[in-house]
Design a protein around this ligand. Structure first.
Ligand code: PMP
Length: 420
């Protein structure tokens, strides 16, 4: 992706031309929280509501057929996008969180026994952490934690110690939402499969950076959210190998997921319907289909390469700012996220001082409290990049941080002088 192409891409995202606080151009560096949407996705959603909104599957009329076709074609596009061999392996949920919970409550909680082990690590998002704690509690299984290296990677040299005949599941992110660390999912999957354990990949971050292929990774379960991948909110994906999905018991009962209902009991429909109780987010699915088309028109490989060049630039520039520490491995091992602290300024104050300059980043624990406990800080300031960002915006981030530090130090001097 060259400069001209990025300028064209930016024209597809109306929000990037908004002004904030009255007259400041927006510098949106919070795509890890949610991505912005290209106009074709918004247009698709409007088109669906204006032209063929109708409940799917059940309607035996033209609009119902059209909406069903749109939804099922999105399922096929998503399957192709992640390398799944059939569309039936793609379950629609409401988000990554719900996908994890479906496997945790429908599979792990019912499948695991006391003595069984689930392997996690302290870098995971709460969405890929808390549901496994719940499943362990419900089943009597034990949680274990693969140690991290000093440069915030998983210590894969210790895999043999932590994966053994008792391991039934290894849950891991494709890419950390804080350090940006990209995990070697296929190596982890090989180790897990060698002892007959399943692998669950939280692809909430990795999917947007072209890092998700369920075949090359040999992944059993995989989850991600539409809203981080140019799509609408309220839509998530759970992928599973057919036998793995087959082992999930429905957690939610209701319409669409049944074969037959009588007063004395019910039987379940085939996949994917069996795990999709109730009316699906069918308009959002149509929007997601448009998002996948758009991503493929750019090309995930060139998009990822471009984002990485932004990350390299950001690391080079930010690491020269005195007092700033970046938590994460070298850029070769990470995706386009930079989480940092300044030695004097609280992360929330830094984010606030940046916001006043039009630069949108996020501060907090980013739903990774165990990781922040290891960092030894309660909060970090996180800038995250997408392919619609520019080198100029990276420079604006760096100079906005320098300005924030200056403002903060001037203020503290004034306060110190007053108290003398
Ligand atoms: N896992 C990771 C790594 C994430 O970054 C996020 C979103 N911050 C989630 C899970 C949860 O996604 P959602 O809130 O869309 O369910």
């Amino acid at each position: 992706l060259d400069f001209d192409r990025i300028q064209q891409v930016r024209q597809n995202f109306p929000i990037l031309h908004e002004l904030v606080h009255g007259d400041l151009p927006l510098v949106y560096l919070d795509s890890a929280a949610t991505s912005q949407k290209p106009k074709c996705v918004v247009d698709k959603i409007v088109e669906a509501y204006e032209k063929y909104n109708s409940n799917v599957h059940r309607g035996i009329h033209a609009l119902g057929d059209r909406m069903t076709t749109e939804m099922e074609s999105a399922r096929e596009k998503i399957a192709r996008f992640i390398g799944a061999s059939t569309a039936e392996q793609v379950i629609f949920t409401s988000g990554t969180t719900m996908s994890v919970n479906l496997v945790a409550h429908g599979w792990a909680a019912r499948h695991l026994r006391p003595g069984d082990e689930i392997l996690l690590n302290e870098m995971e998002h709460h969405a890929n952490f808390v549901p496994w704690q719940m499943a362990a509690q419900a089943s009597g299984a034990t949680l274990r934690f693969l140690p991290l290296t000093v440069d915030w990677q998983l210590d894969l040299s210790r895999l043999d110690e932590f994966i053994n005949s008792k391991t039934r599941l290894v849950a891991v992110a494709g890419m950390s939402n804080v350090t940006g660390t990209i995990h070697d999912v296929s190596r982890i999957a090989d180790a897990a499969h060698a002892v007959g354990a399943r692998v669950f990949v939280d692809a909430a971050q990795s999917a947007a950076h072209g890092l998700t292929n369920v075949q090359t990774g040999n992944i059993d379960f995989l989850a991600f959210s539409g809203h981080k991948l140019l799509g609408p909110t309220g839509l998530g994906i759970l992928y599973g190998k057919p036998d793995a999905l087959g082992e999930i018991q429905p957690v939610f009962g209701g319409g669409h997921m049944i074969r037959e209902v009588t007063k004395s009991g019910s039987t379940w429909a085939d996949l994917p319907a069996r795990l999709e109780a109730g009316t699906a987010a069918f308009v959002e699915c149509a929007g997601m289909g448009a998002a996948i088309d758009y991503l493929e028109s750019i090309g995930m490989e060139s998009l990822a390469r471009y984002e990485h060049s932004l990350l390299e630039l950001a690391h080079a520039r930010l690491s020269q700012i005195p007092g700033l520490t970046i938590f994460g491995p070298e850029v070769a091992h990470k995706g386009a996220i930079v989480s940092m602290v300044h030695e004097q300024i609280h992360a929330h104050d830094l984010a606030d001082l940046l916001d006043r300059q039009g630069v949108a980043i996020r501060a907090g624990h980013h739903c990774t409290m165990p990781l922040h406990e290891l960092f030894g800080v309660a909060a970090t300031a996180r800038a995250s990049f997408a392919f619609y960002n520019t080198p100029d915006e990276v420079e604006k981030l760096a100079s906005a941080i320098e300005k924030a530090i200056e403002v903060f130090q001037r203020r503290s001097h004034r306060r110190a002088n007053r108290s003398l």
